[in-house]
Design a binder for this molecule. Structure first.
Ligand code: MF3
Ligand code: CO
Length: 256
């Protein structure tokens, strides 16, 4: 059972969440053919430190980097590396920030330059899957309603959900109960209550939903080599419904 948090505790997670969101805005600005994921990882680690945060993935269970950078057929937990990204790649950056002892977690998939139509469909579907799950994250619903909503949405797209890659409660630690599976049956599982902070993070592929773990112990790839994408937010269950704690700030208005 996930413990409900006080509104003060949710505020602290939201503070970490704003820095996570700002990191993603930086990544979006830097991404272009020619830059490497390792370079982005270094910039993000510096950026987080400069804003009085900690890159909480680094050292977590021995994970060596601030971000996970998962390119094309890498489903999740890819290591940033020095290879330049090339036009047409799809890359997911996943990152966790700790601020004053509280954590927030968000992953986002990005196109590098112009991408093929199938990859664009993948990105739209994976983002839609996150929001389908978010809509079901309401007090009174159950955990299974979230996975059910995700599966139902994705089943109409020709894409597939990778089962077993679960979201989680989050707060002072990265992985708290309950688990938030991206698949499930409506009306089953733990009851969602006001004050819970959760991540929703379905991984979607245009191919078959089977994966293998590389010898580095982290990198997860699709078995058939098909591309995968993942959008993840940290969300609080509130009286008014789901509140996204890692929401991207609006781009500043351009001066005229
Ligand atoms: N952000 C990931 C998650 O959703 C963390 C992956 S494990 C790590 O749980 F070691 F990379 F941090
Ligand atoms: Co997560």
């Amino acid at each position: 059972m996930g413990k409900a948090k006080t509104s003060e505790e949710i505020r602290r997670i939201a503070r970490a969440g704003r820095l996570v969101a700002a990191c993603h805005r930086q990544i979006r600005g830097w991404l272009a053919p020619g830059i490497s994921t390792a370079e982005i990882d270094r910039r993000i680690e510096r950026y987080i430190l400069s804003r009085n945060g900690k890159a909480a993935q680094k050292g977590y269970k021995g994970y060596p980097y601030a971000t996970c950078a998962s390119v094309n057929d890498v489903a999740c937990h890819g290591f940033p590396d020095e290879r330049p990204l090339t036009e047409g790649d799809v890359v997911t950056f996943d990152l966790v920030v700790e601020r004053d002892g509280w954590l927030a977690d968000s992953a986002w998939s990005y196109p590098v330059g112009a991408i093929d139509p199938r990859s664009a469909h993948l990105l739209r579907t994976a983002k839609g899957a996150l929001y389908a799950g978010l809509v079901a994250a309401r007090a009174g619903n159950r955990i299974g309603d979230i996975g059910h909503a995700i599966e139902t949405f994705v089943s109409r797209t020709g894409c597939r959900v990778l089962p077993g890659f679960v979201g989680h409660g989050i707060g002072r630690s990265l992985h708290e109960p309950p688990q938030v599976p991206p698949t499930g049956q409506a009306g089953t599982g733990a009851r969602l209550v006001e004050g819970m902070a959760l991540t929703i993070e379905p991984i979607i592929t245009v191919g078959q939903p089977d994966t293998w773990l590389a010898r580095d112990g982290w990198t997860v790839r699709t078995r058939d080599g098909a591309r995968a994408a993942q959008f993840e937010h940290t969300v609080a269950i509130t009286k008014e419904g789901p509140r996204i704690l890692t929401r991207r700030p609006r781009a500043p208005r351009r001066q005229r």
